[in-house]
Design a protein. Structure first.
Length: 441
């Protein structure tokens, strides 16, 4: 099922139905058509029983004591009824699928993005509430005495970090929220000109002993944020024009409510100064005037901070430099790539056809192990991918490699009453892939 997820995706039943088209089941010792209950569901149940032991071995191999541990959370949504599940529930949907129930999935990876453990939480679980238990798991179940725990700003909030103070051997790396960044600006500890894409600046906060702050700037993100703000301002002004041109009799309060709703929709209220001048003669009138202007100074101050972020850590300077701290935080992007592969790009964790909590957990764990296998494939194929083109010239993906290897086939042939196996001879490109994968050619 793990290999089948990498190759075929789909349901367990569809994997059984692939039996005439693949030697996968035969290689696993299953002759004839596999039985979905015996060979899939029963096996899935045994896999869930073995999850703690398997993850302990993976942690020992890939999350060595004292190294970075990356942790992030995503959600996957469900369609249909799940009355037998206590996990499937409404919550903050990261897939922007309103009205769908979901589960929340936490993933542990090493600094290179190799997954070593996962956990399924109830759909309404808040990211930050899972951190303490996950650290306890690393310390107690995996016996790690020293941990550098890396999480995003929603994961390691200021309140959450305070709860972790005093845990022996634990250090954290995260980023400050917009509010925390604004506080440092207000106290004049940082200035916009200190954020530089080439020169990394590190500061400390005299009010918070032991904290290190690395000031970073991403020019690509900066351009995107500036353009997004301009677009939202333009949409807000278009909406204000329509409200101002309203010709029916109405009240100042109604016009004000419409403006408030508009600005809340685009979240641009802090940049727009507005008022409704009432027709002095009547409470209800067509002659109320809507006036507004853009606060250019505030827009400029906000733009100066576009693409700026601060990585915060309590790792001692003698253990990790500022550059290593920032690189550690950026490694969370590898976890995001894992989620993309699991959910959309390749492994397609959903739709989840299982209706009980244990089967849902087992399915998610199986998909994580499939990504673990895919991760190792990618590492071995790096020289092959390095020769690929870029943009429109790019040719290779993991799915493309699998499709290319699928052309190597072995068939049972009968010729004049004689049966024999005929296997396709690999061409040079296929031989190169198989050699890199350390698979017999």
């Amino acid at each position: 099922m793990i290999v089948g997820r990498v190759i075929y995706q789909g349901s367990k039943l569809s994997l059984c139905n692939q039996a005439p088209n693949t030697c996968l089941w035969e290689l696993c010792g299953i002759e004839g058509r596999p039985d979905v209950e015996e060979h899939c569901y029963a096996t899935l149940d045994r896999l869930l029983e073995r999850q703690p032991a398997i993850q302990k071995q993976l942690a020992a191999k890939y999350l060595a004591n004292g190294t970075l541990v990356l942790y992030d959370i995503t959600s996957t949504y469900f369609e249909g009824e799940y009355a037998a599940s206590n996990l499937v529930d409404f919550g903050y949907n990261r897939d922007k699928k309103k009205g769908y129930k979901q589960v929340v999935v936490g993933l542990l990876c090493n600094a290179q993005g190799c997954p070593a453990g996962c956990e399924v939480f109830k759909g309404d679980t808040n990211d930050a509430t899972t951190v303490a238990a996950k650290i306890d798991e690393l310390r107690d179940s995996y016996d790690f005495k020293k941990i550098v725990f890396v999480g995003d700003r929603g994961m390691l909030t200021a309140a959450g970090r305070r709860d972790l103070v005093g845990i022996e051997g634990l250090s954290t790396i995260s980023a400050l929220t917009h509010g925390e960044l604004a506080d440092l600006l207000k106290r004049d500890l940082v200035q916009p000109e200190l954020f530089d894409k080439n020169n990394l600046v590190e500061i400390s906060d005299p009010e918070k002993e032991g904290g290190r702050y690395c000031l970073c700037r991403n020019p690509i993100t900066a351009g995107s944020e500036t353009e997004t703000r301009r677009r939202l301002i333009a949409l807000s002004e278009e909406g204000l024009v329509k409200i101002a041109d309203y010709k029916q009799t109405t009240t100042v309060e109604i016009l004000g409510a419409r403006i408030g709703k508009l600005l809340a929709k685009y979240k641009m209220g802090k940049f727009i100064l507005w008022e409704v001048e009432a027709d002095g003669a009547k409470k209800k009138s067509r002659d109320h005037r809507v006036k507004w202007s853009i606060d250019e100074d505030k827009m400029k101050r906000e733009q100066d901070l576009d693409g700026c972020y601060i990585v915060r850590t309590d790792v001692p300077e003698e253990e990790m430099s500022a550059a290593e701290i920032v690189a550690g935080y950026k490694s969370l992007g590898d976890v995001e790539r894992a989620f993309r592969s699991l959910k959309t790009a390749h492994l397609e964790i959903r739709p989840i056809y299982h209706k009980t909590d244990d089967r849902i957990k087992a399915h998610v764990f199986m998909c994580m192990l499939a990504y673990h296998l895919e991760w190792h494939m990618v590492q071995r194929l790096r020289p092959f991918f390095a020769k690929d083109g870029e943009g429109a010239e790019r040719r290779w993906t993991v799915k493309g490699v699998i499709a290319r290897l699928a052309q190597i086939q072995s068939n049972r042939v009968t010729l004049q009453g004689i049966e024999f196996d005929q296997t396709t001879e690999a061409d040079e490109e296929q031989k190169e892939i198989l050699t890199l994968l350390k698979t017999a050619v």
